[in-house]
Design a protein around this ligand. Structure first.
Ligand code: GDD
Ligand code: MG
Length: 370
């Protein structure tokens, strides 16, 4: 069976991280996120994958090539203009034969794909949607089922007064190819707002497959951080590499941790990182390659991409630093703050409450003195 992975969105809710790196290529545990989805497919014997790209397509092509390094056959197809979720699949129709899978390219899951496919075949519907339960369905596609497990309605981004279930579209579908006959060529078309509601209007059987497998859409800073914390908490399988230098503290090749630094797991210290004396790298941190943490700095729940530098006595909590960020001394960054690629924050600043700092910004020295 083949899979189409949709990776063409702009990832606006993850800006400024996605100004330079498309969402599916953002590092998760120091690996491009998309590798998790490709691994999931390969583990279930799905080795023929079509990547539907629109935003920054060259980043995917350069990194994955033909997919052989990951043991799959990868075909990248780029839209001239973004065609929305279903239009994007219509655009790759010539590469598809037979029943196929579609994945949203920003969903981390360990769903048993084989059981989803088996369920689809057993029920004999034209479409089967993986469903998961969330506390706030208003950010997703709401999918109430009838008593036989057939999809009764599909309500994309419902208002609270429409919420009659906690089951939502988890962004993975098994589809019969003839469904694409209903989709116009070269036009914007949405699974969520057009194809699925249209199938229901015409009485075409669609089934929901609720599962309590691990599931997370990484599309906001809070959820991108949470995906790291969940993997570190072993809620999602992951092959940790490097040496475990303390319980659940993995230091990768060439990482230097001063004997006078304190490190607590679960945490990953990437290759070539340097942790200075009296620094504390506490739980839930993932440091990308070549990061430097200065004397007396304190990190907790911080995700740092490649080549970041954190000055002495600075404190980072629950925040994301894109590649090459420079943080001065005595800086506080917390509460889901996101610093874009190459940002410089000079000494003494306090950045919190979801603040987002765009690439090339330079935050001047603060008037605050600690
Ligand atoms: N190729 C291509 N072209 N891909 C696209 C386009 C496009 O024009 N627009 C969006 N995508 C891709 C995105 O890259 C992403 O991987 C996927 O389609 C879904 O887009 P999002 O923007 O992430 O949608 P969402 O998170 O608001 O909602 C979707 O996912 C939820 C689950 O996470 C919907 O499918 C909801 O129904 C669902 O609950
Ligand atoms: Mg999404």
């Amino acid at each position: 069976m083949q899979a189409v992975i949709l990776v063409g969105g702009q990832g606006t809710r993850l800006r400024p991280l996605t100004l330079t790196v498309p969402k599916p290529m953002l590092p998760l545990m120091n690996r491009p996120f998309l590798e998790f989805q490709i691994d999931l497919c390969r583990r279930h014997g799905i080795k023929d994958i079509v990547l539907s790209t629109a935003y920054k397509p060259e980043v995917f092509e350069e990194y994955f090539g033909d997919g052989s390094r990951l043991g799959v056959k990868l075909t990248c197809v780029t839209e001239d203009e973004p065609l929305d979720t279903c239009g994007a699949v219509k655009n790759v129709e010539r590469h598809i034969s037979g029943t196929f899978l579609v994945f949203n390219g920003d969903v981390l899951t360990n769903l048993d794909i084989a059981s989803l496919i088996a369920f689809h075949r057993e029920k004999g519907g034209k479409a089967t949607l993986y469903l998961t339960r969330v506390e706030d369905p208003t950010a997703y596609g709401l999918v109430p089922l009838d008593r036989r497990g057939r999809i009764a309605e599909f309500l994309e981004k419902p208002s609270w007064d429409q919420v009659i279930t906690d089951l939502i579209n988890a962004g993975t579908y098994v589809l019969e190819p003839e469904l694409l006959d209903r989709v116009p060529d070269g036009e914007c078309f949405s699974f969520e707002r057009q194809l699925f509601p249209g199938l229901l209007d015409d009485g075409i059987p669609m089934y929901g497959f609720p599962s309590d497998a691990y599931w997370m859409d990484i599309g906001t800073p809070a959820k991108y951080l949470q995906a790291h914390y969940d993997i570190l908490a072993r809620m999602m399988p992951f092959d940790f590499s490097g040496e475990m230098i303390k319980p659940s503290v993995w230091a990768e090749e060439g990482a230097e941790v001063s004997p006078e630094a304190a490190v607590f797991g679960p945490t990953v210290i990437g290759p070539g990182c340097h942790i200075a004396p009296h620094a504390t790298v506490s739980s839930n941190c993932v440091l990308g390659p070549g990061c430097e943490v200065g004397e007396g700095a304190h990190l907790e729940g911080a995700v740092l991409h490649e080549g970041c530098r954190v000055g002495a006595e600075s404190v980072l909590r629950q925040c994301v630093l894109a590649s090459g960020v420079r943080v001065g001394e005595n800086v506080h960054v917390s509460d889901q703050a996101v610093l874009g690629g190459g940002v410089t924050v000079e000494d003494g600043n306090d950045l919190k409450h979801g603040i987002k700092v765009w690439p090339r910004a330079k935050i001047p020295p603060s008037t605050l003195h600690f």
